[in-house]
Design a protein around this ligand. Structure first.
Ligand code: EPU
Length: 296
């Protein structure tokens, strides 16, 4: 475990994870690393991988469910310090740790068009890039020019958008951590962009349970269909397990009423998956990540 000493200056031993997640669920991380820059992140992952050590990258905590009541021995890496946002004309470089809502707000306020339809996307820029976050008004990958990656070989590399392989809620990035993204924006009118973002947020607030903790959509939409509509058709909306509930508002959200546990949420996810398969022959694919303390 040479990484323990080599990176002691960016290591916190024992860090509560729940406050770092939108779900407000999760145990603690025995090893919690917060690199100050991309080069350190690259050296860290290379060092972990060289010793056969798996790791987890926690972004803004928007799309993840972490096991609670346990100490996670798998090291966590958090890029919250990489939160610089540089704007130069139409070119933008955003660190992985920039909050996505801040990105949308700042760019629209500057009259930079391209991200206004992504209002309401939670989390950090790094996760939004790796997952190609989006919705009915576009996807983040649409505006990304290149991605900076801390690779498992210890280098910081730049990948052009064609090499990133953006697809619906995914990418083909090589192993490593997204540390920054560069965006190519268009010139727009700040007031119009802001108004459009406002409409997108309103649209979401009307159909999504945004007042309660959740991880957003649990499942990717099946080809040509809607996971939320499928859950509704199966009659599962409003179903509860402990403090967790399949939202009565939107079937693809599972909300935390305050005291939901990891097991409660997992129970509902498994139930939806089993019903979708047995009743409709549909294999739902998870969009959110589930991180038990052991295994992947
Ligand atoms: N619908 C229902 N009942 C439900 C849920 C949805 O009938 O309980 C219907 C809606 O009426 C609509 C259709 O299903 O006709 C699609 O629903 P919606 O417009 O809410 O969009 P979605 O496909 O469920 C997608 C993204 C969201 C994003 C919204 C809006 C996925 C899995 N989800 O939702 O992203 O916010 O569009 O842009 O692609 C996320 O990724 O975490 C997420 C929330």
């Amino acid at each position: 475990m040479s990484w323990r000493n080599d990176f002691a200056d960016i290591l916190t031993e024992g860090r509560d994870l729940a406050p770092l997640t939108y779900y407000r669920i999760g145990g603690s991380a025995r090893w919690f690393f917060e690199p100050e820059d991309a080069a350190t992140a690259a050296r860290l992952v290379a060092s972990l991988v060289a010793e056969g050590q798996r790791y987890r990258v926690l972004g803004g905590g928007a799309n993840v469910l972490i096991e609670d009541g346990v100490v996670h021995e798998i090291p966590f890496i958090h890029l919250g310090h990489l939160n610089q946002l540089h704007v130069d004309g139409l070119d933008v470089v955003a660190g992985a740790g920039v909050g996505f809502p801040r990105l949308v707000r700042d760019l629209t306020a500057d009259g930079l068009a391209g991200c206004e339809g992504l209002a309401g996307v939670p989390g950090h820029v790094g996760g939004a890039c790796a997952m190609n976050a989006g919705g009915r008004h576009g996807e983040f990958g649409d505006v990304v020019e290149w991605v900076e990656l801390a690779s498992e070989t210890g280098e910081v590399i730049a990948l052009g958008r064609d090499e990133v392989g953006f697809r619906y809620r995914g990418t083909s990035l090589p192993p490593g951590l997204v540390t920054a993204v560069s965006l190519r924006m268009k010139r727009g009118e700040a007031s119009e962009l802001r108004a459009f973002s406002g409409r997108v947020l309103k649209e979401k607030a009307a159909v999504q349970p945004l007042r309660l903790p959740s991880s957003g959509c649990v499942f990717k939409n099946p080809q040509g269909g809607s996971a939320g509509l499928l859950v509704e058709d199966l009659g599962l909306k409003g179903l509860r397990a402990g403090g967790a509930e399949i939202s009565a508002l939107h079937g693809n959200f599972i909300v935390n009423h305050g005291d939901a546990t990891f097991a409660d949420v997992v129970q509902l996810i498994r139930h939806i998956e089993a019903e979708a398969l047995s009743q409709r022959g549909v294999t739902l694919e998870r969009e959110m990540r589930i991180w038990p303390s052991e295994g992947f």
